[in-house]
Write a protein that binds this ligand. Sequence first.
Ligand code: GLA
Length: 398
Amino acid sequence: MYINRWITRFFLTAWLFAFIPALGHALDNGVARTPPMGWNSWNRFACKGLNEKVVRETADAMSSNGMKAAGYQFVILDDCWQNGRDAQGNILADPARFPSGIRALADYIHSKGLKFGIYTDAGAMTCAKRPGSLGHEFQDAKQYAAWGVDYLKEDWCNTLPHQNSESSYTLMRNALAQSGRPIVFSICEWGLSKPWLWAGSVGNLWRATPDIQDCWDCKNKYGWGGVTQILDLMSGIESYSGPGHWNDPDMLEVGNGGMTEEEYRTHFSMWAMWSAPLVAGNDVSNMTADTKEILLNKEVIAIDQDPLGQQARRVRKIGGREVWSKQLSDGGRAVALINRGSEAETIAVAWIDIGYPATLSVNVRDLWTKKEQNNVKIGYSAKVPAHGVVMVRLIKPR
Ligand code: GLA
């Protein structure tokens, strides 16, 4: 009798311990409790267009055009800000592009009430062949902290043939922790090693997908795709994302010209549905009214920033008609009906698809048209334009 009880206890304990590591631990550096929001130079300015003037103008624009008020916070320099190391191995900014130096730029950005982000690479060189951090992790992290860096993106180009991503990024995580400054850590290895399986305790966000292309449905020569390709890659990895540790489907292309307004609305809505980092990648000093309306839609941003931090799941897919749903911290739901096809379609969601009883009566608010229907039961349907979205918030009446 006693022996049986002890055997049962032993197996139960062993079972528990076997599963604890699988639950993972979120990186405990206190930052990025909601998905980071900001701007990054790469998608619009790439290597050639990056300089101090562009970055200062961007910070000016963000602090006065409503972006800062809407929650966009980080101003992030991507590849090509750096061009060498000094005799002691300290990383140096390109003096032709950044004549005032990085510290002065960080101070300027901070003076606008914004935060400052920078870019490096886990290999010996960045993708644009500037010096990477391999072998300089602790020295670089110390330098970033001294400059006032608040966000670091670390890329994966020119790494050694057998370099291990988990150990490389863990090294930089430790270096950042030792720097004494809270720094959001953005892992950028394009989803190669399925980082969602290991990066929750290493970074605050990790790219789950290759580089975004500014198109609705296309692939470039490396197989990197546009919005529809990313939609498929983001489905199935929902449970790995949450406060402090986010799946990152890459930066926004809204306003860069490769998609229609309708497509950009779908792109932005889905990033918000996924609780993805919202990092604008356009020229925010020169935005059209349409671009501004998308990037500044506060009700859509509130879905992205919902404190529960859930990544939406695809609950239904019939041909090109898809229903995605995410639970919100108030017990409500955000639902996106998306139409991947080239003709308008009616798309429906049933309450039972999203964890509600059919008899539940909810208010349905369209987050783009701002129209509301009260006391809706069973489900909701809407006509969705080609490549478009209808995004609604379901609110339980009090
Ligand atoms: C990689 C990254 C991009 C960008 C470029 C810079 O492709 O995935 O986001 O940082 O490098 O060279």
